[in-house]
Design a protein around this ligand. Structure first.
Ligand code: 6PG
Length: 236
């Protein structure tokens, strides 16, 4: 059971809100939306590009994708950000996705594009910008939201460089301080953008978002607007 509503928020981000009554129902709805996006992209263009959210929220959905029936040979996987830690560090977003999903399905290895964050913020961002060069719109971008309203590694009160596709972060308030993020502009070049927001800890960020406060999540502005899938937060 979900209910949906639309808002035009800070500086005209169009957001479609979907609230769910259980973790299971939101997980299943997000899984279904991802697989539908893949089917339509593959039917239309022969491939599917997805940008993964980091953090802990998407882990259960990634674990469900491990058992999904999909044409994995056509999937191209990217990450919206990662932490500048060794590739095998438990806090790496890319490692989490590999452990619960990507290492267990037949996506060709050269179609899984981890951010080389182990190179450090500057070198890693340069290398990832090269990886993204020449790609068209992403088919689907998944994003999380932090308690302070950040998304990817776009943090409140920080400036970020939108002239590049990927940029270094040296002073993240969410540890570790050094990260690499795809830029707001590049994340917005997407056919579909879905935010996954769960837990009471995100209530203030959601309230601010829906009140039109310009939290970083509002700078993601794809043409079709963004879909915000919520569980455990009230939509007033
Ligand atoms: C990261 C993420 C970050 C995350 C939010 C939500 O590397 O930390 O990219 O933007 O999505 O902080 O994190 P949770 O899902 O753990 O609440």
């Amino acid at each position: 059971m979900q209910n949906a509503s639309q808002l035009i928020g800070a500086d005209s981000q169009i957001s479609h809100w979907h609230s769910f009554e259980s973790q299971e129902s939101i997980n299943q709805a997000v899984l279904k939306r991802i697989l539908q996006a893949a089917d339509s992209a593959i039917a239309a263009r022969g491939s599917f590009s997805i940008v993964l959210a980091g953090g802990s929220t998407p882990k259960q959905v990634y674990a469900l994708l491990r058992h999904a029936d999909a044409d994995w040979s056509k999937w191209h996987v990217y990450h919206n950000d990662d932490r500048c830690l060794p590739a095998d560090h438990a806090d790496r977003n890319s490692l989490m996705a590999r452990q619960v999903w990507l290492d267990h399905v037949a996506i060709p290895a050269n179609q899984i594009h981890d951010i080389p964050a182990e190179l450090g913020p500057v070198e890693g961002a340069k290398a990832y910008a090269e990886t993204l060069k020449g790609l068209g719109d992403f088919d689907l971008v998944l994003l999380g939201v932090g308690e302070d309203g950040h998304t990817a590694s776009l943090f409140p009160g920080h400036t970020w460089d939108d002239s590049v596709d990927a940029f270094p972060v040296f002073d993240s308030p969410k540890p570790p301080a050094e990260r690499i993020s795809i830029s707001a502009r590049r994340l917005s070049q997407a056919r579909e953008v879905m935010f996954l927001v769960t837990g009471a800890g995100k209530q203030e960020a959601v309230d601010n978002w829906r009140r039109g406060v310009a939290i970083p999540a509002t700078v993601i502005r794809p043409e079709a607007g963004v879909d915000v899938y919520c569980f455990g937060v009230k939509l007033s």
